[in-house]
Design a protein around this ligand. Sequence first.
Ligand code: FES
Ligand SMILES: [Fe+2]
Length: 432
Amino acid sequence: MTIEDTSTRPAVSRRLYTEEEVLAEELATIFAKTWLLVGFESEVPQPGDYVTRRMGADPVILTRSESGEVHVLHNSCTHRGTQVCKAAFGNSANFRCGYHGWTFGNDGRLRGVPGRRSVYGPDLDLGSLGLRQARVGVLHGLVFATFDQDGPSLEEHLGDFRWYLDRVFGFFPGGMEVYGGAHRVVIRGNWKIHAENFIGDGYHLRIAHRTMFELGVMGKQAGKTRGFCISSPNGHGVRAQYVDDEEAAGIVFGYPDALLAGTGDQDLPDASAFRAASSVIHGTVFPNMPFITTAPVQFGDDAVGQTAFTQVRSVMPVDPHSHEVTYWSLVPKDAPEEWKKQSYLYSIRQHGASSYFEADDLENFRRIDAGLGGPAAADVPLNYDLGVGVPPSADQPPFTGPCTVVNQDLSEVNQRNFYRRYAAVLNGGDAQ
Ligand code: FES
Ligand SMILES: [Fe+2]
């Protein structure tokens, strides 16, 4: 197959990032069978609301039907396959196909066929001709879907890693919502480069983003930090970094005090320990949902006015050399409107499609694509050894969470784990 697992280290072939056949396999296995993030409940708050998205090669519509239920519908007419919804978002009770006019309800059922009685016989069974429905699973307002009707549940797919998602997305008792809509852009580079960057690449920060740190655009930078890489056998991973400074103890940076009053350990054990003193938490839910929650370290005067932000992405392949990114900024629902706006602005300035951080990363993704496609070194695997053979640091994580927690700030353990899972799914292992 495409990955050799030599002892404990997967040697990742360059083919994975360039070849059409690899992408075809990914679409048929990973994207067709794994739970994928489609959007957020807060994007479709009212009956009739919808947004259009993609699940691998399949266009879909995330809708809220008249009964209030969330559906993920295949955006392809059951007559000739035409996309029945062309808009990016809107509100509609029905989707009328633009070719011959078959009309589907926002629950996916086929409601009307032009001239049905006169041009079709009496046997046309509308009940069996609805839009194909994906299975839907919701966690803290994040809507996941899969077209694999018999595969693992969302709970099984997330496994113990849910502990971390609960503390990122379920930290505020009132929940979180999308602010500012979904931003979409197509960028150069294979989708996996983006997924593995977020899953645990703390190594690139001081090089790729050096100018940002030197300019101090994020306010005072913590002198000493400690970090931990956490990985799940299901391929998910997160890196949590903490500020080693007495002033930081107990502080969840970047949120108004009133908003933090209702948070804590009562329903989520160790939530405070996981979030407090954290300068950044970033990860990827396998296969393609990067996320980040971060805040400037707010005991420097130069951080005044900057807020925390939480951002979620979906990275969806377009071809082996490019992928579409959807960016969402999330804010606590109970936050004041002014604060929500400020957090959103900070999110798009730092990590939006044209932000100062993103410019550095997207340039590197583009250069990776330019660098590894040729035949000269096609047989030379990429190196994922960071952290191998290095004793864990003496720092202990401030929380007691599940999965494999490695006491190293800079390690590619999460990337190695991602590719082990990736190889297992491509090789016919379950897509859990
Ligand atoms: S293709 Fe949709 S009605 Fe014919
Ligand atoms: Fe980066």
